[in-house]
Write a protein that binds this ligand. Structure first.
Ligand SMILES: *Cc1c(COP(=O)(O)O)cnc(C)c1O
Length: 482
């Protein structure tokens, strides 16, 4: 008895100590106001903020404040730390001046949805735990399936990003082909040099990097050369090898090139390859007429990935994998566990846990669904059309001020460089980038293709408009006049 009362008093004591974790209503209002004040100031001052800030790379004493050391710090102090040592350093993906890599989004209504999802903390991993959350995610998957042009039996998963989506696709392909260890060395993967490195990473993670990997050359438009592809497949078959996966880009990260998907789909069917389309960058252009034209044939893909945190302007943390035959996704990922026995229900909807490696997870659907419902899909499509036209505008203008360019942009990326009659052109172009990054108002990145240093213009931020493009053009013009 005494033992039990000691136990109870210890429990009560711990309960009291843990009380701060349940924030009382009045304090919630104060905290929220402080957060709101900070995010509001952040958004209101965005036009004056740099797109790139060289600060923050050197560790300073101020960074010591990041350490978890038992101290309790006030929210306003923490916000100040974030403002100075996080939000004021490196790249600013929220800025419309971000025209490098693949620009990011961060629409406000998505952040609000994240807030709701975090507070209510629905368990979106299995249907049994939250039929509503899973239903919302499945609605989104069906919507994307329609966008791709899948007819039925397709399935998908909302992932944390494109890299995970590529990984899940590749695992599904392996399952579909019933590939065993002994088959790996004679299975052939066809990919082009412009494939995103996350695919190679996924091959490594799945052990499929031991397949024979054929890197197919590009045509002058930086798309996979299909004549070379066909010949290579024929040769491999003649040698008794087993063609396995064909990778295509629907908007390569480097130059934005869309591979000839229609023809590649035909080839994949003819030679019984798994056809994967990496549309992480380009996928949401399917919401536009121009995009649908460019990506005609994408519906033939066995798997497609898209990144809502790119083309749908969501904050980081949203990718999607779509598989034409959901069975492959299910077989690759589904596991039964005894403690999940209650989760088998009658109103069957696929659960994210059955179609992906994850179990407990963020209710990711809400951050995508709420903005689409609140704004309707129209402004998203308009914003994407605007980006296509901004790229065309930039493409014409940059030529006029003396730069060389790659092919006309398929979507919203333009590669360009300054040609020199004598001297080191790569150094010269690198200098231009350095100057622009130093200025910081806009940010562009570069790439290297066949040893040539190329600058990239990439429009995908919903905050990028004519104003930022004109600013970049004027900086470029200045840089070559000097
Ligand atoms: C961004 C990108 C990826 C990787 O996606 P993450 O969301 O960064 O993991 C894969 N493929 C292409 C073409 C991309 O642009």
């Amino acid at each position: 008895m005494t033992n039990s009362s000691a136990l109870i008093s210890t429990i009560k004591k711990l309960e009291t100590e843990s009380l701060p974790l349940e924030v009382p209503a009045q304090q919630r209002a104060t905290l929220l106001k402080e957060v709101d004040r900070y995010t509001d100031t952040f958004l209101n001052t965005l036009p004056q903020q740099k797109a790139y800030n060289k600060e923050g790379y050197e560790r300073t004493e101020a960074d010591d404040a990041f350490e978890i050391n038992g101290d309790q710090i006030q929210l306003d102090d923490l916000i100040q730390l974030l403002q100075e040592r996080v939000d004021n350093t490196g790249l600013n993906p929220a800025s419309g001046g971000h025209l490098g890599y693949i620009p990011a989004g961060g629409i406000y209504t998505s952040a609000l949805a994240d807030y709701i999802a975090a507070v209510t903390n629905r368990y979106s991993g299995v249907f049994y735990a939250s039929p509503g959350a899973v239903r919302i995610e499945n609605v989104l998957i069906r919507w994307i399936g329609k966008l791709i042009g899948y007819s039925e039996n397709f399935g998908g998963n909302i992932t944390s990003g494109g890299s995970l989506a590529n990984l899940i696709s590749i695992a599904a392909a392996r399952t579909a082909f019933k590939l065993k260890g002994v088959d790996i060395k004679s299975s052939v993967i066809y990919i082009c040099q412009q494939a995103h490195h996350s695919i190679l990473k996924a091959l490594k993670l799945t052990g499929l990097d031991e397949c024979i990997i054929r890197v197919i050359d590009l045509d002058p438009f930086y798309r996979m050369d299909l004549q070379i592809l066909r010949k290579q497949i024929e040769r491999d078959r003649a040698e008794g090898l087993r063609p396995f996966i064909l990778f295509a880009n629907a908007g390569s990260t480097d130059v934005g090139a869309v591979d000839p998907l229609e023809e590649m789909g035909t080839i994949a069917k003819e030679y019984q390859l798994w056809f994967h389309v990496d549309a992480a960058y380009g996928g949401f252009f399917l919401m536009t007429e121009e995009g649908r034209k460019k990506m005609k044939g994408i519906n033939q893909a066995d798997s497609v990935i898209l990144d809502p945190h790119k083309g749908l302007f969501l904050p980081y943390g949203s990718g999607m994998v779509m598989v034409k035959n959901v069975q492959h996704l299910f077989e690759a990922n589904n596991f039964d566990a005894n403690y999940m026995q209650d989760s088998v229900g009658e109103n069957f909807e696929y659960s994210p846990a059955q179609l992906s490696p994850e179990l407990s997870r963020h209710f990711r659907g809400l951050r995508m669904w709420l903005p689409l419902k609140l704004h309707g899909p129209k402004p998203f499509a308009a914003c994407l059309d605007e980006k296509i036209l901004l790229a065309r505008y930039f493409y014409e203008k940059v030529k006029k001020i003396g730069f060389q360019t790659g092919p006309e942009p398929d979507l919203s990326i333009v590669i360009f460089w300054y040609e020199l009659t004598e001297g080191n052109a790569n150094e010269y172009n690198k200098n231009i980038i350095t100057k622009i990054q130093h200025d910081g108002r806009v940010f562009i990145s570069s790439t290297l293709i066949k040893e040539k240093f190329l600058m990239r213009f990439a429009a995908l931020s919903f905050r990028t408009h004519l104003k930022q493009v004109d600013l970049l053009l004027s900086l470029l013009e200045e840089s070559v006049q000097k």
